[in-house]
Ligand binder design. Structure first.
Ligand SMILES: [Zn+2]
Length: 391
């Protein structure tokens, strides 16, 4: 399948290699071998499109029909989908049996409430939502995300408005690079003005009008909004686990501020759900060596990253691996994760890259040794960073 993402960029989401591996039955063999491995696959999702978000950010969004297909795959392959806390307890107790998955969603977007939750409910599957809370309280579209989306919606047009961009320069919105330039100019202007959240909202409305995008429709459909506290309470009552993701989607490097982010986030989540929140997900997938100890001090008992992998009893509970599913992941690739063949292929590729790096180093080239996991993790993390920059 070929989808068209940002302007001028098509994404081919076929995986000929994994399609071949599946066709010769190796996925089935992999699932059979894995059935008693006692390992846990933690799936990570961000957004399920209300409209065309998967065309704008295919690495973060997927259409609802594709999400339904993934859930059906889990059912067809006989996976048990466990709540994250239960799965982690059993992982540690070495009592996981069969093929096991936990489903997680980052950020707590309104599309979880409107698109993902109904699908999960239809399958009777539990999920954990790592909820960031600033924009849950402040019910407006998340500025950076909405600004980027509006510029994408206005593709093909020329933006020339100094009251929006702070410059007389004309930005022809015909490539990802020019959209990025317009986005940077807007950000720079707002930074200079020390713009408030209300100023940013006014600018979004102005930008939408300039690019002839129906901003009223975006607001009424809650596009690019987070769930509000009553929606969080409702999904929690319906069995969805709401957990920590910081208040403002950031992790300060100073310990007191770091702990403050967790405390504020936890207070608001617990007020909405009436339940304890002590599982955590690193915003942007970023972490530093000191963070696990700080999280333990804050009463956190598990933390997930964006490092791809499958969790085992040996995994560090504050650095649990997850795989990020999106429109850019082919069905064959998704099934390779489930069968374990994907991890084997990644390990072989890493080994090959490592060996070729060593050979280059031996040849005096001093070339860096590539690390596929790091590359993928960084890509996922930077995609999320882009979604929240600077709010
Ligand atoms: Zn996030």
């Amino acid at each position: 399948m070929i989808i068209t993402g940002e302007i001028g960029r098509s994404v081919d989401v076929r995986s000929p290699f994994f399609e071949f591996v599946r066709s010769v039955g190796l996925f089935r063999v992999g699932r059979y071998i894995q059935r008693d491995s006692g390992k846990l696959l933690i799936l990570c999702y961000h957004g399920i499109s209300k409209a065309d978000e998967h065309l704008w950010r295919p690495t973060l969004y997927m259409p609802r029909s594709l999400f339904r297909q993934r859930l059906q795959t889990l059912r067809d392959f006989g996976y048990q989908v466990l709540p994250l806390a239960t799965a982690l307890e059993r992982l540690q107790a070495q009592s996981l049996s069969g093929l096991t998955v936990s489903i997680t969603f980052d950020d707590g977007w309104h599309d979880f409430y409107s698109e993902a939750w109904p699908e999960l409910s239809a399958f009777g599957y539990p999920a954990t939502v790592y909820q960031t809370t600033y924009y849950s309280q402040y019910q407006k579209p998340i500025f950076d995300t909405a600004c980027s989306y509006l510029l994408w919606k206005g593709r093909g047009q020329t933006l020339r408005d100094s009251k929006i961009t702070g410059t007389e320069q004309a930005f022809k919105l015909d490539s990802p690079a020019s959209i990025k330039c317009a986005f940077a100019a807007i950000g720079s202007r707002l930074h200079k003005l020390r713009a408030s959240a209300e100023d940013k909202d006014r600018l979004l409305a102005k930008l939408a009008a300039r690019l002839k995008v129906d901003f009223g429709q975006m607001l009424s459909s809650r596009l690019l909004h987070l769930m509000n506290p009553s929606e969080i309470a409702e999904v929690s009552k319906g069995g969805i686990d709401i957990q920590l993701h910081t208040h403002r989607h950031q992790l300060p490097l100073e310990k007191e501020a770091f702990l403050g982010e967790i405390q504020r986030n936890r207070k608001l989540i617990e007020a909405a759900t009436g339940k304890c929140a002590h599982h955590f997900c690193y915003p942007n997938g970023d972490y530093r060596p000191e963070f696990p100890a700080w999280l333990r001090e804050a009463g956190v008992i598990s933390a997930t990253t964006c490092e791809p992998g499958i969790a085992s009893r040996q995994s560090e509970s504050m650095l649990l691996p997850r795989v990020t599913d999106s429109t850019t992941v082919s069905q064959a690739r998704f099934e390779s994760w489930l069968s374990g063949v994907g991890w084997l292929a990644s390990a072989c590729k890493r080994k090959a890259l490592s060996l070729s790096g060593r050979q280059r180093a031996d040849a005096g080239e001093n070339a860096p040794i590539s690390n596929v996991q790091e590359q993928v993790g960084t890509a996922a993390a930077s995609a999320v960073t882009r979604a929240f920059e600077g709010h």
